[in-house]
Design a protein around this ligand. Sequence first.
Ligand code: SF4
Length: 543
Amino acid sequence: MSDSGGHRTSDAPLVEVRGLQKYFYEQDSLVDALLRTDPVAVKAVDGVSFDISAGETLGLVGESGCGKSTCGETLLRLQEPTGGTVHFDGENVFEMQNSDLKSFRRNAQFIFQDPFSSLDPRIPIGRSVREPLETHDWPWTEPDVETEATVRTDGVPRDRVAVSVAADIDKVVTPENGVATATVTVRQLASAADSGEEERGRDTSDTIEATVEEDLTIGVQTDGDRIDVDVSVGRSNKQLRKERAAMLLERVGLSADQRDRYPHEFSGGQRQRVGIARALALNPDFLVLDEPTSALDVSVQAQILNLLSELQAEFDLTYLLISHDLSVIRHISDRVAVMYLGEIVEIAPSEKLFRNPAHPYTQALLESVPRVSTAEQDRNIETLSGDVPSPRNPPSGCRFRTRCPKVIPPPALDIEQPAYRTVMDIRERIENRSLDLDGIREQLANEGKSTGTDELVRELEERLIDTDLDRREAENVETAFRAIANDEWDRAAELLRAEYESICETVSPELQDANDHQAACHLLDDRSVAEHRDRDGTVDSRE
Ligand code: SF4
C-alpha cells in the first residue's frame, strides 16, 4: 500500500502473481460456432505463481515459445488474463478501473526487445520521451498534499523572514507523509556587490540572499525590516517536461543535444537507451524488461545490463527480467524463475539456481551456457534436445517429459536411462503418428529395396534407435514397428504404453522444496528418487 505521497508503507511483495493463466483460443469464430467446432485453447501461460519484492529483480527464463513474454504482458494487463490474480502494491490489477488502472499503468512499464519497433520513427527521440508525460498530464499536483518550507537563517533574525510556498511545488518536490517541503536559506550578505549571477534557486534583494535546495524558483523582497520570500515551481508544465526528458536522456547515457534526432540516426544500443528513458519518464516502481538486450551486439549487452542495474538503485525500481539467455539473467537477477511450456518449473535465489539446479530442464538449460568455473565444468548434466512442444496440446503430466533426459521409468522396469528415453521417444512418435511410413517406403523403393514389413521395420530401427536396447526392449519396439507397418497405430501405442508408462506422464508434479528452493519434478519425491537411483545411480537432483 502507498501513502498519499506515493511511498510504499507495506513490506508485502510489490508484485504477487497467483495462478496466472493466459489462453488464446483458436477455432472460435462465428463460422466455427455455426459448424459447432469446439474452440482449441492454446495455453500460453497456465497457472503461474510468483512474488517480486520491492527493489528486487526476478529473472524469468526459458526457451523461445515457453510463454515468458505473454506472462509479462498479461501481468501488466497488456493482454487480458484468462484466470488467476495479480496484486500490485496490494491492489488487484485485474479489478482496477479508471483512475486506479491509469495509476497502475504509470507505475508499471514495459521495455520491449526491439526498441526500434516501440519508437515512432517519425518523431524525434526527445518528443518520444516526453510523450508519456503529455499523455498522463505530468507534472502532477495533488490538492491534498500540503506544502511548507524548512527555513534556515544566517545573520538574519528568523522573525524578520516570512516565507510563502506555492501549493503546487509537489510537481517538483516528492512529498513525504503527505507534505512537500522546500528547504530555504536566508542570509545576510556583506554588501550588495556579493549578490552575483541570477539563478533559479537563488535571489537577492539589497544585502539579503535567499536560496532553495530543491529544483524550485525563489524570489526575495525586502521592505524595511521585513523579508518576504516566495517559493514556486517557476516554469510551465511544458518546460518541466522538456527538462525531465533532457535529464532522462542524459541519465541513460545520451546527450540532451540529441533530442531532435530521429530513431534511425541511433545504433541499437542507443535506441534501447531511449526506450529505457521513455519507460522511466513517469517515475514507475516496476519495469517488465522483455529480452532487453537480445537484439543487441554482445559488446553492448553488458553496457545496457549495467545501466539497468544502476538505474534500479537510483530510481528504486523493481524488475521482472525476461530472457532466454541464462547469462543475461545471471548478470542482474536476485532470483530466477524457470518457465517451461506455460508453467514455472523451478524458482530459486540466483546463486542457488546456478550452483545447484534441481530441475532437469534447468540443468539442461545450464548445460548450454559456457562454463566459467572449473567446478561447473565438472558437472555431469544431460543436454536438451528437440523443440518445445506446442501449447495447443501440451504433454500430460510433466510437460517436460517428452524431452527430459531423466524421465522416470515404471518401478518394475529394469532399464538404463538412455534406453528408456529412446523407447519413450519412439512411443511419442507412434502416439502422434509422426512417422512418415509412406515416405520411407518410397525411399526404399527408389533405392531398389523391398518395401515389405521386414525392411520397413529394419529401416525404422536404424533411424530411431541410437542406443543399445536390452532384448526385451528391442522385441517390444520391433513388435510396435510391425504393428504400425500393418497400420495398427493404436495397438502399437497401447503395447508400449502398457509396458513403459511413466509417473511423469500420469501425474503432474507440483513445486516442492529442493536444494533450499522450489522445483516441480517427481525426482524430488523420495520414493521416485530412490527407485530411479537404483536404476542408473546418477540422477538424484538433490545431490
Ligand atoms: S517429472 Fe519426470 S519428466 Fe518431469 S522433469 Fe522430473 S523426471 Fe523429468
